[in-house]
Design a binder for this molecule. Structure first.
Ligand code: BJW
Ligand code: ZN
Length: 256
């Protein structure tokens, strides 16, 4: 990556007053959390989203789906934030009005010090009743299921229906308040920094496009080309843990 391109992105960040950071699975890849669509390592290379990540899949085989999400909840819980997550928290500390919007269902932004990420696709750590939506408290110390193991979901303490993962599956609406917050922030920012997303899943993928249409600068961090390349003012072709500290250094002379 030529230094000139990092300097250009750094100048945009140094000038910005209202920043939105928009993250996807690539943000957590260097923490050992697999992405969805990367060749070889993506979850959708090994698992069929139709049988695991739709409401119909949960209705058809709740133990298969619950077991898969319990395995992911445990493995993700053991992952640690990387230098990219810490750089995002440093941007928020430097520019307190920054809005962090994530598609990720992990909690690595929170554990890196980000106070209040907007979770567009829910969280592995917020299961709820599949019927009455009451939040469910999972017993501490539940054993980590082996990969691929069926685990029957617990029952809701209020209505006895099965508890489901607190994530947004294909065909489900995004949480209204989260999506509205994201659209409002993207509409009024002067810089949107998109990190580690393929930009293929809608409506989340609209967020950088909304910012660009409203005249904001867009910096994209991704080692690969994406459909968001044309809306980006600057494309930083590299990983989150490499590029974000370099971006902060270029903007403010400190990596966080
Ligand atoms: C790095 C890196 C490093 C690697 N550093 N970078 C046809 C056209 C358009 C839309 C549709 C369509 N058919 C169906 C739809 C709608 C559908 C959709 O968009 N489908 C597309 C896939 C075609 N969308 C929905 O269904 C949404 N709901 C909806 O539309 O509702 C309508 C409705 C309205 C009212 C009432 C009812 C309904 C819901 C989408 C939910 C998405 N859910 C998932 C699973 C969450 C739970 C779980 O974890 O299991 O969310 S799918 C998955 O994709 C997950 C992610 O959040 C999401 C986005 O993925 P992301 O983060 O971009 O990851 P990847 O893997 O795609 O990309 C990683 C990137 O990182 C790559 O670019 C790498 O290069 C890069 N990278 N290492 C930086 N170290
Ligand atoms: Zn219930």
């Amino acid at each position: 990556m030529p230094q000139r391109v990092i300097a250009e992105a750094g100048a945009l960040l140094a000038r910005a007053r209202r920043v939105v950071v928009f993250t996807g699975a690539g943000m957590s890849a260097e923490s050992g959390v697999p992405t969805f669509r990367d060749a070889l390592t993506g979850l959708w290379q090994r698992y069929d989203p139709q049988t695991l990540a739709t409401p119909e899949a949960f209705d058809a085989d709740p133990a298969l789906v619950w077991g898969w999400y319990e395995w992911r909840r445990h493995t993700t819980g053991q992952a640690q934030p990387n230098a990219g997550h810490r750089a995002v928290a440093a941007i928020e500390a430097r520019l307190p009005g920054t809005v962090l919007i994530t598609q990720n269902v992990d909690d690595l932004h929170e554990r890196a010090g980000s106070a209040d990420p907007v979770h567009l696709h829910g969280s592995l750590f917020a299961p709820r009743c599949s019927a009455c939506a009451q939040p469910a408290v999972l017993p501490a110390g539940a054993p980590e299921p082996a990969e691929g193991r069926r685990v029957p979901p617990p029952s809701c303490t209020r209505c006895a229906a099965p508890v489901r993962p607190g994530v947004v599956w294909f065909g489900e609406a995004l949480p209204t308040a989260a999506f509205e917050t994201a659209v409002a922030a993207a509409s009024s920012c002067d810089l949107l920094l998109t990190v580690g997303t393929s930009g293929l899943v809608y409506p989340a993928a609209e967020i950088p496009q909304v910012a660009a249409r409203r005249g904001a600068a867009v910096i994209q961090v991704n080692p690969e080309a994406t459909p968001l390349d044309p809306v980006a003012t600057v494309n930083l072709r590299g990983t989150a843990a490499q590029m974000l500290p370099a971006l902060l250094a270029a903007a403010w002379g400190t990596s966080g």
